[in-house]
Design a protein around this ligand. Structure first.
Ligand code: FMN
Length: 459
């Protein structure tokens, strides 16, 4: 039996996510991000293709590192303009039954209580189909827009995020007992006050005291995703995440990243396979290999080098306007994201990247691999990546929206199913049950499960 491949669609509430310049193409409809129909139709297509989830990225701030100016990003629509992803979820949930919805929300700029309440609301409205991608934010522009003089230091962002999560777990897991909600109309008792208790958190970064105002949702804690790839980011992911995104441009780099994450999980006293790993990847698949290749060539022509410069400068915190295209990229620690630069420098010692190589690579699919071919060729490549690197699935970016996902659903999914490498129906239950094959709630030894109402843990 071949290993099962899981698929997520990687979207953002904007025109140009990881393929700057493609919005100029005649068949692209990414401008539809402003319409409800665009999102509802997309969710239905993904559910037809039995995708595990539609995953919404988000950033706070704009990409103004390149040339110390937002001009390149604004001109090319490189993740700007961008809307809030959260309001899209109830719309799409209403139109689907089984598709999961991952959403990125940063812990940098709001109180844990408000974020916890929003996710509980989403988990109720989706009937347990929501996941949270925990990010700590890497753009100085976002920090300034939110009234801070500068971004917190890289590793401290994760220390603070650890405490943020602790408060969330207390709220989600510890304030209401499982049987607290009675809905006993005859006695006029909605919930038993004896089974609802205040949390008390007095920490270095956060204070919170009182009862959580939401009743427990199907999953309580949303399914937790994370994508930090630095040493501290991987450690954070290994402590909290149930699914982890990996962005590595080469097979060797992917293999090394997977090994590092599995080792970090063990160090965090979790089973090395207790989190599902999704590799970022872009698939260009068509009826024939020639047609797929021709489309790839057209995409390359249309790709915006300037937009990719803006993105890569923002991810790495390095102003690439100061470099010549033929300069080699070397790793340096910065206070932006550290793994983006590592992907194009130290991650794969067999591969040296010039600025031009890396920027051209990023124009289609960010720092994930691009796979082009007919369904059989793409399926071969995905299966071999899964077998060889030990990842569990792919977080698929798009080039032309919504076409990329239509092609995956119409060509690739049936091929994977024929090979027995892809499900033919959804599992029952919440997103956590579907993906991890466990109960709806966090389970020991996960750190959040220790803070359950009935765990005896002091709140
Ligand atoms: C597949 C993938 C998706 C990501 N999505 C987001 C996102 O939506 N928003 C965000 O702020 N960061 C996102 N990131 C970045 C990470 O969360 C993290 O900030 C970044 O990798 C830097 O952290 P590090 O220095 O620990 O690697 C993503 C990374 C990957 C690999």
């Amino acid at each position: 039996m071949p290993r099962q491949i899981r698929l997520n669609a990687f979207m953002m509430n904007c025109v140009g996510h990881l393929a700057p310049g493609q919005w100029t193409g005649p068949a692209d409809n990414s401008i539809g991000y402003l319409d409800t129909d665009y999102w509802v139709d997309l969710a239905k297509v993904l559910e037809r293709g039995l995708f595990d989830g539609l995953f919404l990225g988000d950033v706070t701030g704009i990409y103004d590192v390149f040339g110390a100016s937002p001009a390149a990003a604004v001109r090319t629509a490189a993740q700007v303009p961008m809307n809030d992803p959260v309001p899209l979820i109830p719309l799409m949930a209403h139109a689907t039954k089984s598709l999961g919805f991952g959403v990125t929300v940063s812990v940098a700029y709001e109180a844990p209580y408000l974020l916890a309440r929003r996710f509980t609301t989403l988990d109720h409205l989706t009937k347990g189909r929501v996941a949270w991608n925990i990010v700590t934010s890497y753009l100085q522009s976002g920090a300034r827009s939110l009234g801070e003089t500068q971004l917190r230091a890289h590793d401290e962002r994760y220390d603070r995020a650890d405490e943020f999560l602790e408060v969330c777990y207390k709220l989600w897991e510890g304030s209401w007992a499982d049987g607290a909600v009675k809905r006993d109309a005859a006695r006029g008792i909605y919930a038993d006050p004896e089974q609802v208790r205040p949390i008390v958190h007095k920490g270095r970064y956060f204070q919170s005291e009182g009862i959580f105002q939401c009743e427990p949702s199907p999953q309580r804690t949303p399914l937790l995703f994370q994508a930090g790839g630095s040493t501290r980011g991987t450690q954070f992911a290994a402590k909290h995440a149930e699914c982890i995104f990996v962005g590595a441009p080469t097979r060797n780099g992917l293999r090394k990243s997977v090994q590092a994450i599995r080792a970090a999980l063990e160090e965090a006293e979790r089973a090395p396979d207790s989190a599902l790993l999704f590799a970022m990847c872009t698939v260009i698949v068509d009826e024939t290999a020639q047609r797929a290749q021709a489309r790839y060539e057209a995409y390359r022509q249309r790709a915006s080098y300037e937009g990719a410069l803006a993105l890569l400068s923002g991810w790495t915190g390095i102003d690439l306007s100061r470099y010549k295209p033929e300069d080699t990229l070397h790793y340096v620690d910065t206070d932006a994201g550290q793994s983006a630069l590592a992907s194009f420098s130290k991650l794969d010692p067999d591969r040296e990247w010039t600025v031009r190589d890396a920027v051209e690579f990023v124009t289609i699919g960010g720092r994930g691999a691009v796979i082009v071919g007919d369904a059989a060729q793409v399926a071969d490549e995905l299966q071999s990546l899964v077998e060889e690197t030990g990842i569990d699935g792919f977080n698929l970016a798009w080039v032309e929206s919504p076409r990329t996902f239509h092609d995956v659903v119409d060509y690739l999914v049936p091929e994977l199913q024929r090979r027995g490498a892809y499900k033919t129906s959804y599992e029952e239950g919440t997103l956590r049950e579907k993906l991890l094959g466990q109960g709806a709630h966090l389970e020991a030894p996960h750190v959040g499960a220790r803070l359950r109402f009935d765990s005896g843990a002091a709140q």
